[in-house]
Design a protein. Structure first.
Length: 203
C-alpha cells in the first residue's frame, strides 16, 4: 500500500480510534488496574527492534512459585472482548504513523522468534509488520505457528494494494463475527511454499 494512502487511512481511523482508546483505557483501569499499557520489544522490518504498545488484557495472576499462569487463565471476559474487537491494538496506529509498522502485514513477533525462523524469518521481515494481516483474517488463533508463517510468506510474495484493502475489510468482519479457519488459504499458502522455485528462494 502506498505510504501516503496508508497515512490518510490511519488518520481517518484515529478519528474513531481516539474515543475508543479513552473507553478502553477506562475498562482496563476498572478491570485490571494499572499499568494500563503493555510494552514489549518486537522485530520490525529488517529485524530492527522496536517497541510495541498495547492496552493490557491479562491479569498479573501467578502460581505458588511466582510464575505467570497461562494466558488463557489470565484473560478476563472484558480482555477477551477487547482482543476480539482489536481495541487493545489501537495504540499501534500511532506506531504506524511513525513508520515502524504498517496497516497490513505480518504481525510483529519477538526478535528471537523471527531469528528462529531462519531464512524464512528474513523474508517475513522484509516488510513492515502490520496491525492486521493475511494470517489474522484466515484463522489467527485457530492456526498453528507453521500455518501462520506460511500464510505470512504467501502475503509477502503476493502483497498488493487490492489485497491490503481486502484484508482491512475482512478484519472488521472477523471482529464482528469471530475467527474461522480458511482451509483454502492455508492449503494455497502451503502449496505455494512447497513449490520448488519458492523453496529455492526461501532456502
Amino acid at each position: 500500500m502506498n505510504r501516503l494512502l496508508e497515512i490518510l487511512i490511519c488518520l481517518c481511523m484515529l478519528v474513531i480510534a481516539i474515543p475508543l482508546c479513552a473507553v478502553t483505557y477506562l475498562i482496563v483501569v476498572r478491570v485490571l488496574g494499572r499499568p494500563v499499557m503493555f510494552h514489549q520489544t518486537r522485530a520490525g522490518k529488517g529485524g530492527v527492534p522496536f517497541e510495541v504498545v498495547k492496552f493490557r488484557t491479562l491479569t498479573d495472576d501467578r502460581d505458588a512459585h511466582g510464575v505467570w499462569l497461562p494466558d488463557e487463565e489470565r484473560l478476563t471476559p472484558p480482555g477477551k472482548f477487547l482482543r476480539r474487537m482489536r481495541f487493545d491494538e489501537l495504540p499501534q496506529l500511532f506506531i504506524i504513523l511513525a513508520g515502524r509498522m504498517a496497516l497490513v502485514g505480518p504481525r510483529p513477533l519477538m526478535v528471537e522468534t523471527i531469528e528462529g525462523f531462519g531464512p524464512e524469518g528474513v523474508i517475513r521481515g522484509s516488510v513492515r509488520p502490520g496491525l492486521t494481516g493475511w494470517s489474522q483474517v484466515s484463522g489467527n488463533t485457530a492456526l498453528s505457528d507453521d500455518e501462520k508463517l506460511q500464510l505470512d510468506l504467501w502475503y509477502v510474495a503476493h502483497r498488493s494494494t487490492a489485497l491490503d484493502f481486502r484484508i482491512l475489510a475482512e478484519t472488521f468482519g472477523v471482529a464482528l463475527f469471530g475467527e474461522h479457519r480458511r482451509e483454502d488459504r492455508i492449503a494455497a499458502a502451503q502449496t505455494w511454499g512447497a513449490a520448488p522455485a519458492n523453496t529455492q528462494v526461501r532456502a
